[in-house]
Design a protein around this ligand. Structure first.
Ligand SMILES: NC(=O)c1ccc[n+]([C@@H]2O[C@H](COP(=O)([O-])OP(=O)(O)OC[C@H]3O[C@@H](n4cnc5c(N)ncnc54)[C@H](O)[C@@H]3O)[C@@H](O)[C@H]2O)c1
Length: 331
């Protein structure tokens, strides 16, 4: 199939492009190439890369037309919670307005399929037990999560109102090679390698569910090929870990002690725990993550060790953000 992957130069989008191209799809990428986008991740897997925003209707229409696109997979987003706390405006522009523009263009072009990549964060936070199902209410807590929830509702409304053949996936925290070092795992790897203090929010007891990026992409590909319009699919792994345990596991893999760990003031509105019930995706899509957390983490650490230059170059761009976050006083 000829597919358009938006945000395909990002962390998960690029892994998806590599997977989909390997499975025989012809993949065109549309990406704004923000600080988070990097065409190096594609390694030649994309048929063509267009630089621009999903919020640019003219451009989106031109790409759909020129490339004779049959389906869209939308990964494009502002994706970092801390940045959304500093400034929510780009989150509304890309995640909400951009998604609406894409939906409208998909409708105008009579596309066969639209897969929208959402997040578990739209459900808000859980206490120590339980799991979110697709029927759980939306209770987003950060501006990032709120913008993703708004986009989800638009996707569902376009299906219901106009019959757009769209479905949604809601993955939990992804990790793996090529992740931009503002997210927990690559930040910790960098800080440990650089011998710098490792900031851990609060007491480090917040729990996340970790999904290896290739497993996530297999779920998204299954949604593209088999997902039913109007459906929502949670993509979780069952691999829950408190953040402090993740930090310790990385230090262990790198042969470092815990003296670098520094507890910092918690992020405002920091959700305590996420956990997805993915039985619907398992039943409908055959979704079955293969990579256990310890295995995936060890592969990830090895990848960063072999790509230190990429990691250190990205961190140089980030230092300004870290300064601003620290000045805001929550870390
Ligand atoms: N990383 C995770 O753990 C995780 C978990 C659940 C869901 N998600 C969702 O998955 C998707 C991909 O996440 P990621 O971690 O790869 O993010 P990322 O930040 O690495 O990549 C996002 C990509 O989107 C591009 N982009 C940003 N604004 C754009 C715009 N207006 N038009 C076109 N492209 C634009 C960026 O240049 C970048 O290449 C996002 O929608 C995110 O909300 C991520």
């Amino acid at each position: 199939m000829r597919i358009l992957v938006t945000g395909g130069a990002g962390f998960i989008g690029s892994a998806f492009v590599r997977l989909a191209a390997g499975a025989g799809h012809e993949v065109t990428v549309l990406d704004k190439l923000t600080y988070a986008g990097d065409p190096a991740r594609l390694g030649g897997a994309a048929h063509r890369l267009y630089r621009g925003s999903i919020a640019n209707r003219e451009l989106v229409e031109a790409v759909l037309e020129k490339e004779r696109i049959a389906a869209v997979v939308n990964f494009a987003a502002e994706s970092h919670v801390d940045r959304s706390i500093l400034d929510a405006a780009p989150f509304v522009e890309t995640n909400v307005r951009g998604t609406q523009v894409l939906l409208e263009a998909a409708r105008a072009h009579g596309l066969q399929k639209f897969v929208h990549v959402s997040t578990d964060e739209v459900y808000g936070e859980l206490g120590p037990t339980g799991a979110f199902t697709e029927e759980s209410p939306l209770r987003p807590n950060s501006p990032y999560a709120a913008s993703k929830a708004a986009a989800d509702l638009l996707v569902l409304a376009y299906h219901r109102t106009y019959g757009l053949p769209a479905c949604l996936v809601r993955p939990c925290n992804n990790y793996g090679p090529w992740q931009y070092p503002e997210k927990l795992i690559p930040v910790v790897i960098y800080k440990a390698l650089a011998g710098q203090p490792i900031p851990v929010y609060g007491t480090g007891q917040n729990v996340r569910e970790w999904l290896y990026v290739e497993d996530c992409c297999a779920g998204v590909l299954a949604a593209l090929e088999k997902g039913r319009p109007g459906n929502i699919y949670n993509l979780g792994s069952g691999e829950e870990r408190p953040n402090l345990e993740v930090v310790r596991a990385i230090l262990n893999l790198l042969g470092r002690g815990e003296e670098l760990v520094t507890f910092v003031k918690d992020r405002p509105g920091h959700d305590f725990r996420y956990r997805l019930d993915s039985s619907w995706a398992a039943a409908e899509l055959g979704f079955a993550p293969r990579v256990r957390f310890e295995e995936g983490l060890s592969r990830t650490v090895e990848w960063y060790l072999a790509h230190r230059e990429w990691l250190f170059a990205k961190v140089r761009q980030l230092e300004d953000l870290w300064r601003r976050v620290y000045q805001m006083g929550w870390s």
